[in-house]
Design a protein around this ligand. Structure first.
Ligand code: ATP
Ligand code: MG
Length: 450
């Protein structure tokens, strides 16, 4: 290897990205052990657009940065997110306390209140984008990650709860995931705040009267978060936990009727689910229906989609009360699952690659390529580098690297006859054919369908 030049030695080292925040790259430059390539992301996004449109959901975009108070008030002060996962700072210019959004629901509800958007009736909305949480990065858990977020605002009935679950199921189907096998549904009802408070009081009473059987952790949590005691991993505590009062027994008739109606709708379409009484969600705002779509193929990061009803959030954020339900889907986790299962992904490579032997061919090439694109052909044109267009050999190497099935060769003698040469890059035994530059509509389909 040549000695590095002086200038190189004094050059600063290249910068790298922030830990836990990923580049999503095209297939040619994605390492197999990294996150899925951008073709899979695009495949997912187009399925999302189709499915959301089928259910009449509209698109919304809200800022990545919100006032910190929005999340403190919205998510609850004693949640993992607010306690330790938020990227927050003080704006030096005006002293505002700001936060990179850790989730999308609070921002959307803020926007609805600010624009009085439910004035004319309920809305069904979706968005997709980056979320930020300061967690320990590992497979399926990142500091910048992406969610599809779906919200139905202003609806109180169990019908929209069921519809939202079915919408997710349709998305699995579009993507080739088999429900019941690759992803399965867990369902629970968290009841209403008063029902939860009664259960909590009963739980504290129960654990207090069994204080001798509590381990240290449980004693500490008894008055701050008694529900967390139910999650104990301590085998000695299991009998005590088994006998604890269950939230289900504190749910009133209206809550149970709501839950039963959701279940009846899912039963009616043959969607299997497991009622999981342990299913609670990370945010304080949930009530009634909560659900998760989980997979067994991703180890401990197995929840790909989670959501539920949050009828109290509008009021909590200072708006007119409005019932609502939504879910967040972790895109990285879902795509990792699809990659693991080797599900088919439509190609994002061009159908053809234009080889340009001489710059003199450029006017004819530009004209034909534009015309081919008018006829639905995707085509990548060879473009000059520092050394000009380069040899035919190097251009064909690029053509192969592009993944295209055909090379269009704009040789001088073919152009002189009003023709371009079409050469298969896959089938090397196939003869090269000449096609007319004028009226490419008559042969464009050969490139599209081959
Ligand atoms: P977990 O229990 O795994 O931390 P969560 O309850 O905090 O998840 P939600 O706030 O419900 O997650 O977000 C919805 C979905 O977003 C999750 O089900 C998951 O698929 C995804 N998700 C959450 N946090 C991360 C993260 N740090 N990196 C990647 N995906 C995430
Ligand atoms: Mg979390």
């Amino acid at each position: 290897m040549a000695e590095p030049r002086k200038a190189d030695r004094s050059a600063p080292p290249p910068l790298t990205g922030v830990k836990g925040m990923n580049d999503i790259l095209p297939g040619q430059v994605t390492r197999k052990d990294r996150l899925p390539d951008s073709a899979l992301w695009q495949h997912f996004e187009s399925a999302v657009r189709r499915v959301l449109a089928q259910y009449g959901y509209q698109y919304i975009l809200t800022p990545l940065v919100e006032p910190t108070a929005l999340f403190v008030r919205g998510l609850g002060e004693v949640t993992d997110i607010v306690e330790k996962e938020m990227y927050s700072w003080r704006d030096e210019m005006n002293g505002d306390q700001l936060t990179l959004r850790p989730e999308a629901t609070a921002g959307i509800v803020r926007a609805m209140i600010e624009h009085n958007a439910l004035y004319n009736g309920p809305l069904r909305l979706w968005t997709l984008g980056a979320m930020f949480r300061h967690e320990r990065p590992q497979k399926g858990r990142y500091r910048q990650f992406h969610q599809l977020d779906v919200e139905a605002l202003g609806y109180s009935g169990p019908d929209v709860d069921a519809e939202m679950i079915l919408l997710a199921r349709r998305l699995w189907k579009e993507l080739g995931l088999v429900e019941g096998q690759h992803v399965r549904l867990e369902l629970n009802s968290l009841g209403q705040p008063a029902e939860r408070a009664a259960h909590r009081a009963a739980l504290i009473g129960y654990f207090e009267s069994n204080a001798a059987a509590l381990d240290e952790d449980a004693r500490r949590r008894l008055h701050t978060n008694p529900l967390r005691i139910l999650d104990t991993k301590n085998p000695a505590m299991q009998p005590l936990v088994e006998g604890a009062p269950r939230l289900m027994d504190f749910l009133g008739t209206a809550t149970l009727a709501h839950f039963d109606a959701v279940r009846a709708a899912l039963d009616a379409v043959g969607l299997a689910y497991r009622v999981n009484p342990r299913l609670v969600r990370g945010m304080d705002y949930y009530n009634l229906t909560v659900f998760e779509w989980v997979t067994d193929h991703l180890g401990s990061q197995g929840t790909v989609c989670g959501g539920g009803r949050y009828d109290g959030l509008f009021e909590q954020l200072g708006g007119k009360p409005a019932p609502a339900i939504g879910f967040g889907l972790g895109i990285e986790r879902l795509l990792l699952l699809m990659q693991e299962l080797e599900l088919p992904v439509p190609s994002d490579v061009p159908m053809a690659y234009a080889v340009i032997p001489e710059a003199a061919a450029l006017p004819s090439a530009f004209a034909l390529l534009e015309s081919l694109r008018d006829h639905g052909v995707s085509v990548q044109m060879h473009a000059a580098g520092r050394e000009g267009l380069g040899s035919m050999k190097s251009q064909f190497r690029r053509a192969d690297g592009s993944g295209a099935r055909f090379a269009l060769v704009f040789g001088a003698s073919e152009l002189a006859q009003g023709m371009v040469a079409v050469k298969s890059l896959r089938d090397t035994s196939a003869e090269q054919v000449l096609r007319p530059l004028a009226g490419c509509g008559s042969w464009a389909h050969e490139l599209r369908t081959a």
